[in-house]
Design a protein around this ligand. Structure first.
Ligand code: ADP
Ligand code: MG
Length: 173
């Protein structure tokens, strides 16, 4: 069982020491993303999920400032790729996800980034990239772990490792 799982997921971890570094890491990842991809961002309030999304947005040439979609379930931004930014933190958002169905929210022409997405990842039927952010030892340290779920992500493992290699990464599993 464990072996089967190991074939299907892989974890990579990185560390950043400032919000700028997290934004930079996110911008580097632009290369690995394509339309239709789903990225699940997990981590506590203040972990850096929105900061990560902002860094990615700048790299995609999105001029509109990215903020947490607090009063809407999803925001859409035009860039090199269209960014579909969801935040399912609020209870109403969970309900909307249930009512609308995730397939209505995930846009195959866009890159979909879901903050607090771990709470709905069990209903994601296709593969996705989970990026988990957590606090490190120093105030501005963040541990950023990547979980590649599904073959379409495992196929991009080497590319992902190369992109984050400057952030003191280690490989597991
Ligand atoms: P979330 O969306 O996960 O709730 P935010 O991105 O809104 O978190 O906020 C992260 C906060 O942590 C910001 O105030 C940011 O300046 C701060 N911060 C400090 N160090 C880092 C880091 N290494 N990476 C990301 N954010 C950091
Ligand atoms: Mg946020």
């Amino acid at each position: 069982m464990v072996e089967e799982e190991a074939n299907f997921t892989s974890a990579i971890s990185a560390k950043t020491s400032s919000v700028e570094e997290t934004r930079h890491l996110a911008s580097l990842l632009k290369k690995v993303f394509q339309a239709g991809d789903v990225v699940v961002l997990s981590g506590d309030l203040g972990a850096g999920k929105t900061a990560f999304t902002q860094g990615l947005g700048v790299a995609l040439g999105i001029e509109h400032p990215i903020t947490s979609p607090t009063f809407t379930l999803a925001n859409k931004y035009d860039g090199e790729l269209t960014l579909n930014h969801l935040d399912v933190y609020r209870l109403e958002h969970f309900q909307e996800v249930e009512e609308l169905g995730l397939s209505e929210l995930i846009d195959s022409n866009s890159l979909t980034v879901i903050e607090w997405g771990d709470v709905i990842s069990s209903v994601l039927t296709e593969g996705y990239l989970e990026i988990s952010l957590s606090l490190g030892t120093s105030l501005d340290d963040r541990i950023i772990e990547f979980f590649l779920i599904g073959q379409q992500w495992l196929d991009r493992e080497a590319e992902l490792i190369a992109l984050v290699s400057s952030f003191s990464m280690e490989i597991r599993g």
